[in-house]
Write a protein that binds this ligand. Structure first.
Ligand code: NDP
Ligand code: 2IT
Length: 449
């Protein structure tokens, strides 16, 4: 039993291990949250008596289904689809879909568990859920992706709805996939129910600034962390991992705020560009050509590609992990500390291992966990739902201002809770405790659910 978990919560954690064998990422996400809740249940012992934590560790509903489809050469392919409807206490289940060959039930459960507390932090009426498939869109034609998405939605449509469960994108699911998914939902149900899915195109019910929201929000959160600690942001060297949706718009916002992004990556390696990443070129390579960061380096003389290396070897003041879970371990964290990193904000979900987080905290590096730092994506999804419900569409400026205000408010809530428990600067504690208390109190108000 990990000694990070307060004795009063160890039984709940043991049950999670027993009931969910082999789901290491889910165990890790639960351990991380339970590991911080000791002082909270000491102050509010009725959470223990009412078994709120045991209830929250068990998803409300888990859906697993077969996704058969035919590829371009006529071969039948079979994938597995998931939707974990984790908690609807604050609103309809809300969270993205991930299409990646590594996706297992435990992956979706870890992401759904995180999503409950993240969504609570946004202050908007959204519950927590997540879904996806072990389908790999890489190397597939548009028609294959379309057939896969249509088959996936042919099962999923019966479980979702504007007041029930509202999916969106995540790794491997962007505007193209959302279009195919929404098209099939509309066709099966004969309803133009815009609020059933978010991340839609701007011409058909999408929100301005949703594409940018996660990356922008992460950088706004990092800037708030810097301000709170009396540090600057302008002129800072920044390293971003990944080169997908979150990474690209994190880079864009760093540039707008006067920082310089020296490196970014994908699963094959990383690029360093001493002139700073050329965002237009990166967007062309990744968003238009669906290429690799190596192609970026080939097209730019100031850049070099490092095959298979760790992007965290590049010294920087601000590190923004924006790729995937457990991509930054304690060795990478130690390299960053040696290189002078002052702030780490997680654009991805759970990208830093628990050992890496300990290295940062022991070294006095400010560490913003994903639940708080990357909440701007789902928050703007909730703004998309608002616009759909009111048959309205806001300007980019208005939507971005709402996003920034939400990120500042999350920062304030997290900092206030941490101070209230005499743990100033502990963003991990602040985020978990704030999200948990809101969800727990709401659950208790609704009885034994
Ligand atoms: P994308 O699919 O757009 O991009 C993912 C990026 O991460 C790619 O560069 C990809 O490289 C890299 N990556 C993925 N898996 C691995 C891996 N196993 N090892 C190394 N690199 C990897 O996804 P997003 O940008 O949308 O998502 C990135 C992270 O942000 C995820 O953790 C997601 O859960 C989180 N997130 C996303 C939100 C959103 O709104 N999209 C909101 C909040 C969090 P490659 O192309 O080589 O696979
Ligand atoms: O992890 C996340 O918060 C997302 N992938 C976004 C979810 C959403 O519903 O916009």
């Amino acid at each position: 039993m990990p000694d990070t978990i307060d004795p009063s919560l160890q039984h709940a954690y043991k049950e999670v291990l027993r009931r969910n064998p082999g789901e290491h990422e889910f165990h890790q996400a639960v351990e991380e949250v339970l590991g911080t809740l000791g002082p909270v249940v000491k102050r509010h012992p009725h959470y223990l008596a009412e078994r709120v934590i045991e209830r929250l560790c068990e998803p409300e509903r888990q859906i697993i289904f077969r996704v058969p489809w035919t590829d371009d050469v006529g071969q039948v392919q079979i994938n597995r689809g998931f939707r974990v409807e984790y908690s609807s206490v604050l609103g309809p289940y809300k969270g993205g879909l991930r299409f990646h060959p590594s996706v297992l039930l435990g992956t979706v459960k870890f992401l759904g568990f995180e999503q409950i507390f993240k969504n609570a932090l946004t202050g908007l009426p959204i519950g927590g859920g997540k879904g996806g498939s072990d389908f790999d869109p890489k190397g597939r034609s548009d028609t294959e992706v379309m057939r896969f998405c249509q088959s996936f939605m042919t099962e999923l449509y019966r479980h979702i709805g504007e007041y029930t469960d509202v999916p969106a994108g995540d790794i491997g699911v962007g505007a193209r996939e959302i279009g195919y998914l929404f098209g099939q939902y509309k066709r099966i149900t004969n309803r133009y129910e815009g609020g059933v899915i978010t991340g839609k195109g701007l011409a058909w019910g999408g929100s301005q600034a949703r594409t940018e929201a996660t990356g922008y929000g992460t950088v706004v959160f990092a800037q708030e962390m810097a301000k709170h600690a009396g540090l600057g942001f302008e002129g800072h060297d920044v390293v971003v991992s990944g080169s997908g949706n979150v990474a690209i718009y994190a880079i864009e916002k760093v540039n707008q705020l006067g920082g310089r992004v020296l490196a970014c990556s994908d699963s094959s390696g990383y690029v360093v560009d001493e002139q700073g990443i050329d965002l237009e070129l990166l967007k062309e390579v990744k968003e238009v050509q669906r290429g690799r960061v190596q192609d970026y380096a080939t097209a730019r003389s100031s850049a070099r590609f490092v095959d298979g290396g760790s992007v965290w070897d590049v010294p920087c003041q601000v590190a923004l992990p924006c790729a995937t879970q457990n991509e930054l371990d304690e060795h990478a964290a130690a390299a960053l500390v040696r290189g002078g990193t002052e702030i780490v904000a997680e654009g991805a979900n759970m990208p830093c291992t628990p050992a890496a987080v300990r290295v940062f905290q022991q070294a006095g590096v400010l560490f913003g966990p994903g639940k708080a730092a990357n909440a701007g994506g789902v928050a703007t999804s909730a703004l998309e739902m608002q616009q759909n419900a009111s048959r309205d569409s806001w300007t980019f400026e208005h939507t971005e201002e709402r996003l920034a205000a939400i990120m500042r408010r999350i920062h304030e809530r997290v900092v206030t809770t941490a101070e209230d428990y005499d743990r100033p600067g502990d963003y991990v504690f602040g985020a978990n405790a704030t999200g948990f208390v809101q969800v727990a109190d709401s659950m208790l108000a609704m009885g034994v659910i």
